[in-house]
Design a protein around this ligand. Structure first.
Ligand code: ATP
Length: 426
């Protein structure tokens, strides 16, 4: 983990939040390479959801909603973690994780578990004393329930259909830690799939497999992903599975939850808002509150696990074997020698021709071995070198990050080569 955190900072993937002030626990900033990766990930997810599934549409909801939303959702009352505090070192632990009376970090005694509400409050209004208390959203999915009727009425969708969203969520986590794993501000990607209650079982199984297959295509070692089945379920849930990353430095950990939510959400909002959120089947005229199958994952956790999974130490190099579709740079372009103007200008020409269509980077520092080393460490899949032969026959060498093999390819075939290898639905 230390190696990942250090690589992330050194090469500009992720920086500690408010770094120059000594950091702020539970907050991080994505740097130039990290934001490329995160955007690539989000784009792949969005494209897969909305283009590869005809009955899914997306929304982009607000972070602050009516305060009643969080009463209806049960969060004001129950978004709590029962925690015990060590009387000696004052560390706090989730009651679920403890099995004795002594503190795991020292020999201090633990207090009885107490409830901590982790919603993050904020205030609306400018006049002191007249401000309205509300919350930054604790989970992004609430906007989807709030807009269920709006989407239905403004589109031609019929059940079953889904609404998806990517967005920030905020939780006053009592024990933030493990780098991006548990933050106080993080990003979620959610699908809420609305079904006829009779079909909930079928769709739950469908989405469980569908999401696992999506993640498996992205990970360097798909065998490091697995399901965890929850046995302690919320009262409205019939089944809940997590997609876990099995090789994290801190154990098997949740990356996404696949949840059977029944009619809990729409019934709750119907009751609190006074609006009818039922659906009428246009063929049978049957009226019902749709049931929901949810897939709710963490963008930052996916980012972290992908980095851990891709990080490879070989004899003489460190390689980040990220899928090239999510790697920050697809290719680097070099002149073989930086002091030969004819090589530099030809290589610049190639770089300029590629850079509007692909994320490519220019590098002419040091010798070629050092450049390869530097690109391997950030996951650049191909290194394109312009050498003396290029000036004669308009070919370049292209080196593959994983095999380190080089082949010669015509300059005018480079663009097609990259396009072919980077197909989003590969
Ligand atoms: P945990 O049990 O680890 O606290 P959760 O079950 O409360 O997670 P959900 O409410 O189901 O999480 O949220 C869906 C997803 O959002 C999780 O699978 C995870 O990827 C992500 N997530 C939740 N909390 C955090 C956090 N504090 N930091 C980063 N990602 C988070």
């Amino acid at each position: 983990m230390e190696k990942i955190v250090s690589l992330c900072k050194r090469r500009g993937f992720v920086f500690p939040g408010s770094d120059i002030y000594g950091g702020l626990q539970g907050f991080y900033d994505y740097g130039p390479l990290g934001s490329e990766v995160k955007n690539n990930l989000k784009q792949l997810w969005w494209r897969w959801m909305t283009r590869e599934h005809e009955s899914i549409v997306g929304i982009d909801g607000s972070i602050i909603t009516h305060p009643k939303v969080w009463e209806a959702s049960g969060h004001v009352k129950s978004f709590v973690d029962p925690l015990s505090e060590c009387k000696k070192c004052h560390h706090r632990f989730k009651a679920d994780d403890l099995d004795g009376n002594d503190c795991p970090d020292c020999d201090g005694k633990l207090t009885e578990p107490r409830n901590y509400n982790i919603l993050m409050p904020t205030e609306l209004g400018v006049i002191e004393g007249e401000k309205t208390k509300t919350y930054l959203r604790g989970e992004a999915c609430q906007n989807i329930y709030l807009n269920f009727k709006n989407v239905l009425n403004s589109s031609r969708l019929q059940i079953p259909f889904g609404i998806c969203q990517i967005g920030k969520a905020f939780r006053n986590e009592v024990t933030p830690g493990n780098f991006l794993y548990r933050q106080r501000e993080f990003e979620q990607w959610d699908l809420q799939w609305f079904v006829d209650p009779k079909e909930a079982d079928k769709w739950f199984e469908f989405w469980k497999e569908e999401r696992m297959n999506w993640y498996k295509k992205l990970f360097t070692h798909p065998e490091n992903l697995g399901f965890f089945e929850h046995t302690k379920l919320a009262h409205y849930a019939k089944k809940a599975f997590d997609i876990e990353y099995l090789k994290s430095p801190f154990g098997n950990k949740e990356m996404e939850g696949i949840h059977w939510r029944g009619d809990w959400d729409l019934s709750g909002h119907s009751k609190y808002s006074g609006q009818d959120l039922s659906y009428t089947n246009p063929v049978t005229n049957e009226r019902f509150i749709p049931w929901i199958i949810e897939t709710s994952g963490g963008v930052d956790r996916t980012f972290l696990f992908l980095m851990i999974d891709a990080y490879t130490e070989e004899k003489d190099r460190i390689v980040l074997k990220l899928d090239p579709r999510i790697a920050p740079y697809k290719a680097a372009v070099f002149p073989l020698l930086a002091n030969k103007p004819e090589l530099v200008s030809k290589a610049r020409e190639i770089f300029e021709a590629l850079r509007l269509d692909f994320s490519v980077v220019w590098d002419d520092r040091g010798n070629i071995g050092k450049r390869y080393y530097s690109q391997d460490e950030v996951g650049t899949k191909w290194c394109i070198t312009c050498d003396f032969q290029t000036l004669e026959d308009k070919t370049v060498t292209i080196r593959d990050r994983d095999t380190t093999k080089q082949e010669r390819i015509k300059i005018n075939e480079l663009s097609g080569f990259l396009e072919d290898k980077l197909k989003p639905n590969a």
